[in-house]
Design a protein around this ligand. Structure first.
Ligand code: M6R
Length: 614
């Protein structure tokens, strides 16, 4: 939530570089944006409501300078207006601040500031503006109207941070000091990087192509960012040097590369994700790289959104392959619950590795003494560094807000964990591995065939017509196709704004059937065996009440067409991998329905890629 980018030590191209970085972090929030430049004559500010393009087209008056901070916002406090856009300044324009997170003692701070003098006036509804007021006040106390020295900056900054409660990553400019950016990080992501200049950013995507090495600073770190140098202190005020690491992704990995949208690009990257994720980990006779050294009595999975659905898939795998019971919780529910019990392993799943609730859930698990393993995409993320062990899904940067290729990687990660547990429980034998490995090796090609097939294109064309003018849709699955139904519904609602719900087919008659009316689109994520027959029954029940049924069925299924208005076939694969094929169809269906409705699939309204606030 909210993208921050800053640079110090440039000459003449600060604005251009800030815009380039901001473009790459726009997926973190896009309801307003802004830039502040530290110039020899003061702080120069420009902010605009709406997408970043609006700012780009309205830059007149913004002056160049050696340092600048920029922000793209996802509103938490106050509506998405220009007034509430970051950076925020104090009334004298002595400081400018960009903030990601929440200042929890906002009310008390505001009161204290109001009581401190009649001239205090606030120009926004945000909690972030208060940071600018407090910093200006502390600078005043430190050096009056003088330009602060480094020591004075540090003293004022430390006292400012001591007055803040909550979660935040912050960048700040101080008038007269165009050679430095103040930074701080408490429970929100912030990265620093250096070449001859100094950079700060919410995530690595905006630094690719600008620097080679980055520093993932620690929770509680704060200090001064100079051109080519970081002066950093930990939460106890001790000077520290944090390790610089190589940037894991190249610049072109997070570019469109000829695709019309990131979502379509990322859907089509899934065969490559499967190859990369399983490479060196699954073979005929072994599962490698899953760092679990004991057989737990229970696995507890925590995740949010799409990652939660991947967690539901993982539960199927774990229980089926190892016999170990497994509970899947939304991370925010787990966090405030009181789990206790047997020797459990807590498994976190997160694409970004920055989701605040999943991170907090993992910390809560560690505090309760549970070992933690996380399935992540960003292997250098906060969750990755917090967890006792990680399994990277190797999906490359996922930019589209709707998670697609990460789901495939997360499901495969869950499968690898289940196989490892199955080995530890002596339930997965070499023959099982060999069969699965053979199927897994064929899966990427089969998925490529599906993605390129005329049958899929024609099926989607017919299916999407059934959504025309509709405001409600339903997805049905059972067992391993149930999480796919949930994921299909989430994907449709988040990018097309059609209200969609996923149900286990057996649940229909317990309430949801009342919602079916003439023309309601119902997507049935079919399967084989007994589950297939049960889902056919569900399809008949909804069709009898006027629903239009879209069935996703396995190639060779002779009966599916008798129960559906439209059938889309997917290649048959190993039963553990089959749901991934079905899911591709759900993703594409949502994509096309959303495009038919002129929705921005990469930047759906009200959402952001990475939910770094609670
Ligand atoms: O980065 P994470 O995997 O932790 O993100 C979790 C959810 O916020 C994310 O999957 C969200 O539900 C997506 N927008 C769904 O497409």
């Amino acid at each position: 939530m909210c993208g921050i980018f800053g640079i110090t030590g440039r000459d003449g191209d600060t604005i251009q570089i800030l815009l380039k970085g901001l473009t790459k972090v726009e997926y973190r929030g896009y309801d307003s944006s802004g830039i502040c430049i530290s110039t020899p004559t003061g702080l120069s500010l420009k902010r605009k409501e709406g997408m970043l393009d609006n700012l780009k087209q309205n830059l007149s008056g913004l002056q160049e300078g050696r340092s600048g901070i920029a922000h793209t916002r996802w509103a938490t406090h106050g509506p998405p207006t220009e007034m509430n856009a970051h950076p925020h300044c104090d009334p004298q324009n002595r400081v400018a601040v960009v903030h990601n997170g929440i200042i929890e003692n906002e009310v008390q701070l505001r009161q204290i500031l109001i009581e401190s003098g009649p001239e205090v006036c606030f120009s926004s509804d945000t909690d972030s503006e208060l940071v600018a007021h407090v910093l200006a006040e502390e600078l005043d106390a430190e050096c009056g109207n003088e330009v602060p020295t480094d020591e004075q900056l540090l003293a004022a900054w430390r006292r400012t941070l001591d007055r803040l409660d909550g979660s935040f990553s912050l960048g700040a400019l101080v008038n007269g000091r165009d050679d430095v950016i103040l930074f701080a990080r408490v429970f929100s992501p912030l990265i620093l990087a250096l070449n001859e200049a100094g950079y700060l950013a919410s995530d690595i995507s905006c630094l690719a192509g600008m620097v080679d090495k980055i520093s993932y600073i620690e929770d509680g770190d704060w200090g001064l960012l100079h051109p080519g140098r970081i002066e950093l202190y930990d939460k106890d005020g001790e000077a520290q040097i944090r390790e610089m690491k190589k940037l894991p992704w190249a610049e072109e990995d997070s570019e469109l590369g000829g695709w019309s949208t990131f979502m379509l690009k990322e859907i089509n990257e899934q065969p490559a994700v499967i190859r990369a994720c399983l490479h060196g980990r699954l073979s005929r006779d072994a599962v490698r790289g899953v760092k679990i050294s004991f057989k737990p009595d229970l696995v507890r999975i925590i995740a949010c959104g799409t990652a939660f659905h991947a967690g539901m898939m993982a539960r199927h795998y774990i229980e089926e392959l190892s016999g170990i019971p497994c509970i899947v919780d939304h991370a925010h529910e787990f966090r405030y619950g009181t789990p206790s019990g047997p020797k459990a392993l807590v498994l976190g799943i997160s694409q970004s590795g920055e989701t605040a609730d999943t991170l907090a859930g993992l910390i809560a698990a560690q505090e309760r003494g549970y070992p933690t393993l996380s399935i992540v995409n960003v292997e250098t993320s906060t969750i990755a560094r917090q967890s006792d062990a990680i399994l990277g899904i190797r999906a490359g940067p996922e930019i589209g807000v709707a998670s697609t290729k990460a789901f495939t990687g997360q499901v495969l990660g869950g499968l690898l964990v289940a196989l490892r547990l199955g080995r530890l429980a002596n339930k997965v034998h070499t023959e099982d591995l060999s069969n699965l490995n053979n199927a897994a090796r064929r899966l990427p090609n089969a998925m490529e065939r599906l993605l390129a097939s005329n049958q899929l294109e024609q099926g989607l064309k017919r299916a999407r017509r059934l959504f025309k003018g509709k405001e409600h849709a339903f997805y049905l699955g059972r067992n391993s196709s149930y999480p796919i139904a949930l994921e299909g519904a989430l994907k449709l609602k988040e990018i097309s704004y059609i209200h969609a719900e996923g149900y286990a087919g057996g649940e229909l008659k317990h309430g949801p059937l009342a919602l079916i009316e003439e023309g309601t689109p119902v997507v049935v994520v079919s399967s084989d065996g007994i589950i297939q027959q049960k889902l056919f029954g569900n399809a008949r029940e909804v069709a009898a009440r006027g629903a239009r049924v879209i069935m996703i069925a396995i190639e060779g299924d002779q009966e599916a067409a008798a129960h559906a208005d439209v059938v889309i076939y997917v290649p048959k694969t190993h039963k553990l991998l089959q749901p991934l094929m079905h899911n591709v169809v759900c993703q594409l269906l949502s994509y096309h329905v959303a495009r038919d409705r002129d929705c921005n699939v990469d930047r759906p309204r009200n959402l952001a890629k990475s939910v770094t606030v609670e």
